[in-house]
Design a protein around this ligand. Structure first.
Ligand SMILES: Cc1cc2nc3c(=O)[nH]c(=O)nc-3n(C[C@H](O)[C@H](O)[C@H](O)COP(=O)(O)O)c2cc1C
Length: 179
C-alpha cells in the first residue's frame, strides 16, 4: 500500500513539516511512503472559467499535473495543515480549487482510482479546538467530493513552533498507529 504525506504549509522546516516527517517515519514500517510539500509545486489559482465542468480537464498545465500523479499513486493520503488566519494556507486552498475537474458535483468529471483513504492533521498556535475543526472540515469536504474516504483526523492546539510539535510526539504516533 502507498501513502502520501502532504505538508500543507509552505514552510519546509516548521511545525507542520516536523509532524509530516514524524507521520512518514511512522508509516514507513507498513506503507511505501512518499512525502511532499505543497510549496514543491507551482500551482496557479483556479480562474473559475468552468471549462472543466464541460471537459473534465483544466485549461492550465503546471505543478498540478505532478501533484495529481502523486495522489493517483497513493492509497492513503495524509494532509497536515497549519492554521493560517483560522483556515488552511492559501497554497493548499489553490490546490483544492484546482481539483475541480475531479469534483463529483458536475458531470463529466475526472476520477481518481477508487478505494483511497484520507487522514487530516490540523495544528494551530492558539488554544481552542474550533479552529482545528474548521480546517479538518475543509479538508474532509475536499476528500468527500474526491471520493476519498475520510478515515481519521487529529487537531493539535498550542503548536506554534517545531519544538512545540516535537513534544506532541506521543499523540501523533498514537494517531499514526490507526492509519
Ligand atoms: C500567516 C499566518 C497566519 C496564522 N494564523 C493563525 C491563526 O489564525 N490561528 C492560530 O492559532 N495560529 C495561526 N498561525 C500560527 C500557525 O498555525 C502555527 O505557528 C503553525 O505552527 C505554523 O506551522 P508552519 O511553520 O509549519 O507553517 C498563523 C501563522 C501564519 C504564518
Amino acid at each position: 500500500m502507498n501513502a502520501l504525506v502532504l505538508n500543507g504549509s509552505p514552510v519546509r522546516s516548521g511545525a507542520t513539516a516536523w509532524i509530516a516527517e514524524e507521520t512518514a517515519l511512522h508509516l514507513q514500517t507498513r506503507y511505501s511512503v512518499r512525502s511532499a510539500c505543497i510549496d514543491d509545486y507551482r500551482i496557479g489559482f483556479c480562474r473559475g472559467c468552468r471549462a472543466c465542468e464541460r471537459t473534465a480537464r483544466c485549461v492550465q498545465h503546471d505543478g498540478m499535473d505532478e501533484l495529481m500523479a502523486q495522489l493517483t499513486w497513493a492509497d492513503v493520503l495524509v494532509i497536515v495543515s497549519p492554521s493560517y488566519w483560522a483556515d488552511i494556507p492559501g497554497q493548499l486552498k489553490a490546490f483544492i480549487d484546482r481539483c475541480t475537474p475531479w469534483c463529483d458535483t458536475h458531470q463529466p468529471h475526472a476520477s481518481l482510482p477508487g478505494g483511497k483513504r484520507g487522514y487530516t492533521v490540523a495544528l494551530r498556535a492558539g488554544s481552542g479546538m474550533g479552529e482545528c475543526r474548521r480546517i479538518i472540515e475543509t479538508i474532509e469536504h475536499f476528500y468527500g467530493h474526491m471520493h476519498i474516504a475520510c478515515s481519521g483526523s487529529l487537531g493539535l492546539c498550542a503548536v506554534g513552533s517545531r519544538d512545540a510539535a516535537m513534544v506532541r510526539r506521543e499523540e501523533i504516533d498514537r494517531f499514526c498507529s490507526e492509519i
